[in-house]
Design a protein around this ligand. Structure first.
Ligand SMILES: Cc1cc2nc3c(=O)[nH]c(=O)nc-3n(C[C@H](O)[C@H](O)[C@H](O)COP(=O)(O)OP(=O)(O)OC[C@H]3O[C@@H](n4cnc5c(N)ncnc54)[C@H](O)[C@@H]3O)c2cc1C
Length: 415
């Protein structure tokens, strides 16, 4: 009888747990190594959108010009710390070079495949009775204050329609009827029926318990230091809590991935994209449908158990310290769209680091030099949404099974 495959996953975020889920399903014995606690990274306080309709990459035509303009006006949710960081500058230049319509169309098609795949897998996953996470299938309202921008979104919607992901345009009265928590100041909205939402920290908690019952071994406060390698095979991972052996290793360290693979001579163009959220009790007039506040690039997510404002994108390194200026931008932004923008008391103020690639596509690939290491990072603004698809692809790669979708767009060799 073939013995069980031993797999070590480094990184206990949503990508790490998803890999564990599908590996355990295939019969592997899995251990997760996490430097802090499971779900303490970007997977904790994000906006909780399962944004399956979000096929358009961040690097789309006009993105750079628009953000430079908004930065000069002081209205941009983007902040780039003005330091001479060569890697960050190179990343930003490469991002700018990707903002072309032909690149965007190709990326959208690749993103569509993994979004659709993740959607199917989430449907099955969230049917598990012990994965409680305030999950709801209510769609998303993309809300506009500016009538011109509301109209212009018609072009974006035309693009979405080519993937059968068209939104429905709602005039102001229709939106207010559907979502009375929105302010009468809004101009209108586009409604997507393809997207769902959940409370990410609850998912992380219940998924961890579910997997622990199925045999997942969890090593917390066990920062990975380096690998031991024999020929082109990794044999052990050294951590501050000792060394662990396995047949296969998965690197799911999110924004920290570049540092954790440097020893192997791999240079991943992943930058930490810092975002903030404020979680509160539900306000008196609480929305029922998550809202993307278009001009502010921020999200309002309501759950049965809480209410969250989230957004901003700061390129300022690895600190997760809170910046009160950016937190107030979230509150002020919400006040321009919601009747009752804040709930009391505040439950948590949070910042997390998105693992950003300059082409806004994840990296899911084998290490070029070590055949028993798979890298899964770079999920940017969509790590929660793409978790199931990524986890299943990684499990197939570990077992040398052909993944269900084409994974060449996620390869390391594209950089
Ligand atoms: C404000 C905000 C809102 C967002 N909203 C959404 C949303 O609505 N929908 C969506 O799909 N996505 C959203 N995202 C993005 C999403 O949160 C991330 O893409 C996703 O959480 C990345 O998951 P991950 O597992 O790769 O990274 P993480 O959750 O950061 O996990 C990586 C883990 O690796 C660990 N680690 C790092 N180095 C080591 C080491 N040396 N040894 C051991 N462990 C290590 C870290 O401690 C961490 O726990 C949002 C992000 C932010 C910041």
């Amino acid at each position: 009888m073939e013995s069980k495959k031993e797999v070590i996953i480094i990184g206990g975020g949503v990508i790490g747990l998803a890999c564990a889920h599908y590996l355990i399903e295939k019969g592997a014995r899995v251990r997760i190594i996490e430097k802090d606690g499971i779900g303490d990274g970007a997977s904790h306080g994000n906006c909780g959108l399962l944004y399956f309709s979000d096929v358009i990459p961040l690097c789309s035509p006009g993105a750079v010009g628009q953000e430079i303009y908004r930065t000069l006006c002081g209205t941009s949710p983007l902040y780039i710390k003005p330091t001479l960081d060569f890697k960050r500058l190179t990343w930003l230049l490469k991002f700018a070079a990707k903002c072309r319509s032909n690149t965007m169309e190709r990326a959208a098609t690749d993103k569509y495949e993994i979004l659709k795949y993740s959607d199917l897998l989430f449907d099955k996953l969230l049917a598990l009775p012990d994965l409680g996470c305030d999950f709801e299938k209510k769609g998303i309202l993309t809300v506009f204050n500016d009538p011109k921008k509301l109209d212009k979104f018609k072009e974006t919607n035309g693009f979405l329609e080519t993937y059968d992901l068209g939104y429905k345009r709602l005039e102001k009265d229709q939106v207010l009827e559907m979502e009375p928590a929105l302010s009468p100041r809004i101009a209108g909205a586009w409604y997507s029926t393809f997207d769902w939402h959940l409370r990410p920290e609850l998912l992380m908690e219940s998924w961890r318990k579910h997997l622990a019952k199925k045999g997942l071994i969890i090593e917390e406060r066990a920062k990975m230091l380096d690998f031991e390698i024999s020929g082109n095979t990794i044999t052990h991972v050294n951590t501050i809590q000792g060394k662990f052996a396995a047949d296969s290793f998965i690197m799911a360290t999110g924004a920290w991935a570049p540092g954790t693979v440097r020893q192997l001579g791999i240079h991943l163009p992943v930058q930490p994209g810092k975002g903030y959220s404020i979680t509160m009790e539900r306000p008196g007039i609480c929305p029922e449908i998550p809202c993307v506040l278009y001009e502010k690039n921020m999200v309002v997510t309501p759950w049965k158990s809480a209410y969250r404002l989230g957004g901003t994108m700061e390129f300022s390194g690895y600190s997760t310290s809170l910046n009160s200026k950016r937190m107030s931008k979230l509150i002020n932004g919400a006040a321009q769209y919601m009747k009752d923008p804040t709930g009391h008391p505040i439950i948590e103020e949070w910042a997390g680091l998105r693992p950003m690639t300059y082409d806004d596509m994840p990296i899911i690939d084998r290490s070029p030099a070590q055949e028993n290491l798979v890298i899964a990072t770079g999920h940017g603004m969509l790590g929660l949404t793409l978790a199931t698809g990524t986890g299943k692809i990684v499990a197939d790669m570990v077992y040398d099974d052909t993944p269900d979708i084409n994974i060449s767009p996620f390869g390391i060799s594209r950089f």
